[in-house]
Ligand binder design. Structure first.
Ligand code: GLC
Length: 655
């Protein structure tokens, strides 16, 4: 029977590879070889309650099969056949981990190949494939790339964020993937952190509201959804990184040359519970079934070793009954010189699945030794595997190991593009608007657009896009800020672009260099991710200031559009432009920027991060700036954002 199943599956693979619409044979056709247990097989019966299926399957599993379920391997490291050999429970794509041909079908075929190996195991337990689709399916080329969370925080629109979670779920399913390592629900206290843009903001209630909305968008099964019998969630979200990843102290990290990322948080437990735990409480109450542990530490102890927080608080006190996945090789950091002790400590602390991601054989052997030695109780193994199986049954993976290929039509669908464009519009924050420079008339005679960021989808998308660290250039489909401006203006308006801000080549009939009515200067941070983006100095660079000064020589009015993963120190440069707009990292639908610049839509965005006046002020946030006044106060407070017709308060003369 197993041979027949494999043959049928291979036939379906070949057919699906030819684009034929097939649905992968269902697990009911598996006739697992029962071990000594001769009780009727219930786990393959989708009419059974999930808990019955979990217990029935668990009791049939060998220790090796249980450890295999706790093992997550990076797709570039798994050897052909080893998913079956070791009964591996999960595969992931790290940042940039795409198939050679980066299309939805190639992703789907890649995942399907791994899944076929998992279904060929003795008990036919499907694997679960995970990816970082933190602002849309960023690894997949020509996906809809939504604004990063810092921008969504500025919208403070839970319904919008929920819809983005749903759209992201559809596009990862289109690629065969049911698990997204998102959302980050860090309550970010220091914007020098390279992951500031992955956070919704610095304030607990906002992060809680939007993080939960995103999770509901990813997991809620809606009418007409393509789901399996007994399936309770659409896709699996991963609130991360538990706990307090955004509250580390400067220069407390021991990882590479990172300063904040993976560092140490030193707050008392009262503050931990008041500021950083609520987003997780809300996520668990909303049905979170996976949570990723943080690389960071609390009071000098790695989160991956914090049994009190992982087990006593998250699992027992909050009632989290899903599984905790480690971060990338994070378990190894507990005792850098003692892998065995690291694994024992972390699994006993409550981590259920190890994102190994490379040397899975060593991990598996270490786990077996630890159980044989009695250092990891088999009850702990059973608890971890129970949680993992619960999630796989909840996703319907046993009935539908691969998603419906018809979801591929959702990738960059008009509905998703419109949603992304709406998010861009609602995320824009108007910082300054002297003499009502904005909204700009669509009949403006001469408009210059300066800065590489105006014409670069990679710069407007930021990290976690095509590559882990992001990728400058226009390898994705989408609309740039420049193309949005060109499309918005009337035919009588002349728009000229120069990335270096040199417009001397553009002259009037008499050959005299033109003076623009308005120059848009787009300033962009180079993309970064994680600790690579930790920065002590977040001021504008000399070249950015030069671009600004040059624009002033060639224009009656200057409008700055800031593309950044965090607030930047712009205090000294504010007078160099009549208007300043924070556009954050808008993703592929940059035309949303022009929608607001020309008045088709109002400015509604409010910054979800306190905006520092100087680098020396940092960290500054709503929690430590409450009683700060004058020059000690932020340049712009949390929740600041002008609407049309409003003027910036007199904040520069901070007496
Ligand atoms: C990274 C990140 C985590 C991500 C994981 C897999 O190091 O910390 O957010 O989900 O590895 O890419």
């Amino acid at each position: 029977m197993r041979k027949l199943f494999s043959f049928l599956f291979l036939v379906s693979l070949i057919l699906s590879a030819c684009g034929a619409s097939t649905s992968t044979p269902v697990a009911e056709e598996i006739t697992p070889v029962a071990t000594e247990d001769t009780s009727p097989i219930l786990y393959t019966d989708s009419s059974q309650p999930i808990e019955v299926r979990v217990e029935d399957l668990l009791k049939r599993m060998t220790l090796e099969e249980k450890i295999g379920q706790m093992t997550q391997v990076e797709k570039g490291s798994i050897q052909p056949g080893d998913i079956t050999t070791y009964a591996i429970g999960s595969i992931l794509s790290g940042g940039g981990g795409s198939p050679a041909k980066n299309t939805p079908q190639e992703w789907y075929t890649m995942v399907e190949g791994y899944q076929e190996e998992a279904l060929a195991t003795r008990l036919g337990i499907p694997l679960i494939y995970g990816v970082d689709a933190v602002h849309g399916h960023g690894n997949m080329q020509n996906a809809t790339i939504f604004p990063h969370n810092i921008a969504l925080g500025a919208t403070n629109n839970p319904e919008l964020v929920k819809a983005i979670g749903r759209a992201t779920a559809e596009e990862i399913l289109a690629s065969g993937i049911p698990w997204n390592f998102a959302p980050v629900i860090a309550v970010v206290q220091d914007v020098r952190w390279g992951r500031t843009y992955e956070g919704f903001g610095e304030e607990t209630a906002l992060v809680t509201s939007l993080g939960t909305a995103y999770l509901e968008g990813m997991q809620t099964i809606q009418d007409g959804d393509v789901t399996s019998p007994g399936q309770t969630i659409f896709t699996l979200a991963t609130p991360k990184h538990f706990l307090g990843d955004g509250a580390t102290l400067w220069d407390s990290s021991n990882t590479e040359d990172y300063k904040l990322d993976q560092g140490n948080m030193q707050v008392p437990e009262e503050a931990l519970r008041e500021l950083y735990l609520p987003p997780y409480e809300s996520a668990v109450d909303a049905g979170a079934l996976n949570i990723m542990a943080s690389f960071s530490s609390w009071k000098g102890t790695k989160m991956h070793a914090q049994e009190y927080l992982l087990t006593d608080v998250l699992k027992n006190e909050l009632g989290f009954n899903g599984f905790i996945v480690s971060d990338w090789q994070a378990m190894d950091q507990i005792y850098p010189d003692d892998y065995y002790a690291s694994i024992v400590t972390s699994v006993n602390a409550g981590v259920d699945m190890n994102m190994v991601p490379y040397d899975y054989v060593t991990f598996i052997e270490t786990m077996k030794t630890a159980v044989d030695n009695g250092d990891i109780p088999e009850e702990r193994i059973d608890d971890a595997v129970r949680r993992i199986l619960r999630v796989k049954f909840s996703l319907g993976l046993f009935e539908r190991p691969m998603p419906d290929v018809s979801l591929q039509k959702t990738v960059r669908s008009q509905e998703h593009l419109d949603l992304a464009r709406q998010a861009v519009r609602e995320s824009l924050v108007l910082l300054k608007n002297e003499n009502d420079a904005l909204p700009l008339s669509k009949e403006t005679p001469v408009i210059f657009v300066a800065g590489q960021g105006a014409n670069d989808l990679g710069l407007q998308s930021g990290g976690w896009t095509l590559e882990w660290q992001g990728k400058v250039g226009n390898q994705n489909e989408g609309t740039t800020i420049l193309s949005g401006i060109r499309a918005a203006v009337s035919e009588t308006s002349r728009v000229e672009f120069n990335s270096d801000g040199d417009f001397t080549e553009f002259t009037d009939e008499a050959g005299i260099p033109l003076i623009a009515d308005v120059t848009f200067v787009v300033l962009a941070e180079k993309p970064y991710a994680e600790g690579v983006g930790d920065a002590a100095n977040i001021s504008l660079s000399n070249s950015e200031v030069k671009l600004l000064n040059d624009a002033r020589q060639q224009s009656k009015t200057v409008v700055v559009i800031l593309l950044s993963g965090r607030p930047r120190v712009i205090t000294d440069e504010l007078p160099l432009a009549e208007a300043w707009v924070a556009a954050w990292l808008p993703g592929t639908e940059g035309n949303g920027v022009a929608d607001v610049l020309f008045g088709n839509y109002p400015f509604t965005g409010k910054t979800s991060y306190s905006w520092p006046r100087t680098n020396e002020q940092l960290p500054i946030n709503i929690n430590n700036a409450k009683d700060k006044t004058g020059c000690d106060a932020p340049l712009f407070p949390f929740g600041y954002g002008l609407e049309y017709g409003e003027s910036m308060p007199d904040i520069l003369e901070c007496k």
